[in-house]
Design a protein around this ligand. Structure first.
Ligand SMILES: O=C(O)CCC(=O)C(=O)O
Length: 259
């Protein structure tokens, strides 16, 4: 596959670690307009911290039209093409949901969360080739520095989940059982998804991740839309170059296990 946005070494990082960051995927202006709309929706004000009464407000909605749909730029779709394969996924029109996390409830230093680790996908039965989630993008809507509540991700855990799923075939696993089995394994390396408004963290759909406490000073806005593939992943392609990086990560995880 000819790459449009990422370099071969970034693709290699995605395959091995389970994530790559698209910097400046969409304009900062769009992020600012979305935040303004979300403040309105929450009935809270950015300039009135006295009104922030809880560490998290979860806006469980997918929202479309400008400014929300303006996240989906050609650059973002080019990045999706690089990771899932052009024409192999359904182009989203909306974004959501929005977990907004507030500072002032947990003191620094930031620590990796003890609870809440999961692989996404409560809405489908999981197979190693599932089409229901082709990628997990975390759309950064506010500047998120170290300690500011960036999503915690366990690098390389997508390979573990892939192996667990492969072993469960042909029955596959429901999300609770997948979560339980992944939780029996130690963490490899936990990092925070830090970035600037306009960046998008592109995660392998099988990565283990968790919400982390916002120990910073600013309100953290993200959203994590689900990108659906048109067809199941193909883990037995005839030509090596036809694998998407999402598929190649799974194929490699299974080959490493067989060694
Ligand atoms: O809030 C976050 O940082 C993570 C959100 C998340 O993991 C989820 O909603 O699946």
């Amino acid at each position: 596959m000819k790459l449009k946005v990422f370099t071969p070494s970034e693709i290699e990082q995605f395959i091995e670690e389970g994530y790559v960051v698209l910097r400046e995927g969409f304009p900062r202006r769009v992020a600012a307009e979305i935040r303004a709309r979300l403040w309105e929706k929450m009935g809270l004000r950015e300039d009135d911290p006295a009104g922030w009464k809880q560490p998290l407000v979860h806006i469980k909605e997918a929202l479309g039209g400008a400014p929300f749909s303006e996240v989906w730029t050609q650059r973002v779709f080019d990045a999706f093409d690089d990771l899932m394969g052009a024409e192999r996924y359904r182009k989203p029109q909306t974004i959501g949901w929005f977990p907004v996390s507030f500072p002032g409830f947990e003191a620094p230093p930031w620590r990796a969360p003890e609870k809440g680790w999961h692989v996404d996908g409560i809405q489908f039965h999981h197979h190693v080739y599932s089409r229901d989630q082709g990628l997990l993008p975390i759309v950064i809507l506010s500047d998120i520095g170290p300690g500011d509540g960036g999503t915690a991700i366990d690098l390389g855990s997508h390979k573990l989940a892939a192996r667990i799923l492969a072993e469960s075939e042909p029955a596959g696993l429901d999300i609770q059982e997948l979560g339980k089995r992944v939780a029996q394994h130690p963490f490899k390396k936990v990092v925070e998804a830090n970035g600037q408004a306009g960046d998008i963290f592109m995660h392998h759909p099988m990565i283990r991740h968790a919400r982390s406490a916002n120990t910073g000073r600013s309100v953290r806005f993200i959203c994590n839309p689900c990108i659906v593939l048109h067809e199941h992943m193909n883990l037995k392609r005839e030509r090596e170059e036809d694998y998407s990086p999402v598929e190649r990560a799974i194929v490699r995880a299974l080959a490493e296990q067989a060694k």
